[in-house]
Design a protein around this ligand. Sequence first.
Ligand SMILES: C[S@@+](CC[C@H](N)C(=O)[O-])C[C@H]1O[C@@H](n2cnc3c(N)ncnc32)[C@H](O)[C@@H]1O
Length: 291
Amino acid sequence: MRLKEVQNKFHLELDVIYGKEEVDSFFYLLTDEHFGMRRLALSQQPEFFISKEEVTSLFEALSKLKREQPIQYVLGKTEFLGLPFKVNEHTLIPRPETEELVNWIISDQKTSKKKRIKILDIGTGSGCIAISLAKNLPNSHVFAMDISLRALEIANENAKLNETNVLFTKGDILNRTQWISRFDELKFDIIVSNPPYVRHLEKAEMTNNVLQNEPHSALFVEDENPLIFYESITEFASKYLKEDGQIYFEINQYLGQEMIELMKGVNFQDIELKKDIFGNDRMIKAILARD
Ligand SMILES: C[S@@+](CC[C@H](N)C(=O)[O-])C[C@H]1O[C@@H](n2cnc3c(N)ncnc32)[C@H](O)[C@@H]1O
């Protein structure tokens, strides 16, 4: 079959869902992945013939896209801060807002005089925060935890893919009895987390491809207790951060003021709330006050 015919079928079936331009962009990403054909080369070879197996695999991708699976899951990969990351249905797809959070930490570290720093990423998912920090901060020793073993498998693969050393551990941050066995020997300079923070009442604002495909355990918290992870992580941080250690969170855009109050209550100072590129309150950082 000619590649052009496959492309036409993509448009026929997917344009109503995504629009022509996005379908083209999906198609070029897939052909680049399958045959290493860049967009220009493809447009110059409309008669390019592909094998039966190749047609089958492109049609499989087409049917996933038709079911509104995110292109990152269809490809099995994405990029975060210019680095490659494998993703699957057990890992959240890293977001641009999270890149901003990581950039905040990296730029703060440029003025730091510390020789060696220990960092912990809580709820690491694909490992995007932990691995990009390890890659960009050569003086760091990075630890990361997640409750999902499946996510940790992908995070481990991503650490290898990016040639970084991150120590991953499985754990439930909401279960205080697990803290002692895992972390009692350690004190961190930085704790960072992008925990689940979307309330069920906010589902109406979300698109189908997120709701139907991304892991709900990575996204949602109960409406009645939306800061449950932040309460637990700030309490954890007050025990396991070094004096003057820093905490960084990605947060729910509607709960910035509540986050400030929460952090003040757990002995954090120099609290700074920051907006993302869309103008939403999205990140917060603070320093653990000395006793
Ligand atoms: C919003 S995702 C963030 C993933 C990744 N850090 C990122 O920024 O793309 C939240 C992560 O927290 C993990 N998680 C959920 N409940 C947890 C718990 N009780 N303890 C530790 N991790 C948890 C989920 O498995 C998920 O990977």
